[in-house]
Design a protein around this ligand. Sequence first.
Ligand code: PLP
Length: 459
Amino acid sequence: MTLSNSLAALDAAHHLHPFTDARVLEKNGPLIIDRGEGIHVYDTTGKKYIEGMAGLWSVAVGFNEKRLADAAYAQLLKLPYYHTFSAKGHEPSIRLSEKLAEIAPEGLSHVLYANSGSEGNDTVVKLVWYYNNALGRPEKKKFLARNNAYHGITMASGSLTGIVVDHKDFDLPILPVIHLTCPHFYKEGTADETEAQFTARLLAELEDTIAREGAETIAAFIGEPVMGAGGVIVPPEGYWPGVEAICRKHDILLVADEVINGFGRLGTPFGAERMGFTPDIMTVSKQITSSYMPLSAVVFSDAIYQAVADNSHKIGTFAHGFTAAGHPVATAVALENLKIIEERDLIGNAARLAPAFQAGMRALADSPIVGEARGVGMMAAVELSADKATKRPFAKPGQVGQIANAIAHEEGLILRAIGDTLALCPPLIVTEADVAEILRLMAVILERTAAEVAARGIK
Ligand code: PLP
């Protein structure tokens, strides 16, 4: 071990990091973040970074919101823990359920809590299966998802995820899940196809899949309104309304995974609203507490609730739940966080700043190494390409992304390199000046990356 920083050495010795090459970490050590302030974080050497990813797409209100610390402390003093099993309850989870039902898309009025997005989506699978068993249709169990979707990494949510590396050597998927084409025109559209024809092809694929499998075997379609971890994929116009119409026709539940999109990321309260559809179920997490506390919620329709409630009565219990589900500290923090989002009109802020942010990102497509710039609201990405005209990716996937990532760190911007796609998702408290600074840094990072690619002859 040659790492001089003792924390780094300890980390490499004892801590297996998620989504990290362990051998590279042993050599280079982690970037250890020490403290946060507004949209910035500081590492242990005191270096300052703009957190252009809001952590993991999650810290809406910035990195030192005292009101959230106060809300947590007050709740810790009053009732640090209680559960919601066996007809017990506590005020923060009750108030948050009311709040979620108030702000959720039309018709979603019941809430079931978990602690992470992954657990939330596992809960969705179990809820949907329980619902269909309650209705006497035990064969209606398959899920439809999309390639490149990210729904988490637990056994069920990881199965719904459609990213190859997330399955590799984990023996996933284990669910009856069918992954459909990713709605990414740049990558999946053919040379002789318009975007509208591409959308029609994807909707035909959905219809054909349902016809082949039988609607009576398909329980639900799950999707992120706008995909995040798959590389910030904005589906084409008409895609989501088309999916919704087909699902309704075949009595297939529509699940919006709002874990990233929810609470204003796209400039609307929820991503489904921005993309023009109304789900039967949605999963929320991340920005619900600005990730100050772990929390997720599954918000669902009264029709689902009624069937589930009847079945729980028949069996004698709804035998699902987690020790910390709806945790009083987490739900108290969520309530305060949602209050701040409302008081400071952070959703409006996202809507107001989005045009400049998106236009600035699109302008980066002029870089010789950018194949596509895309995004909506306050999430965006540039996809790096070896050849703009043919859209050819670099020969070694992820290599140039990592070069750009390292340069970004040097320049004081944290972004997310997803293979060779550079993603941004800044905290919702960003100002116009912050957005301008992020765009300036992105231009510098791309220029330096292009120079490095040319110097090293990377093709
Ligand atoms: N769903 C989406 C859309 C996500 O982006 C994520 C995480 O990034 C998850 C689910 C899983 O959430 P968690 O990491 O909290 O399990």
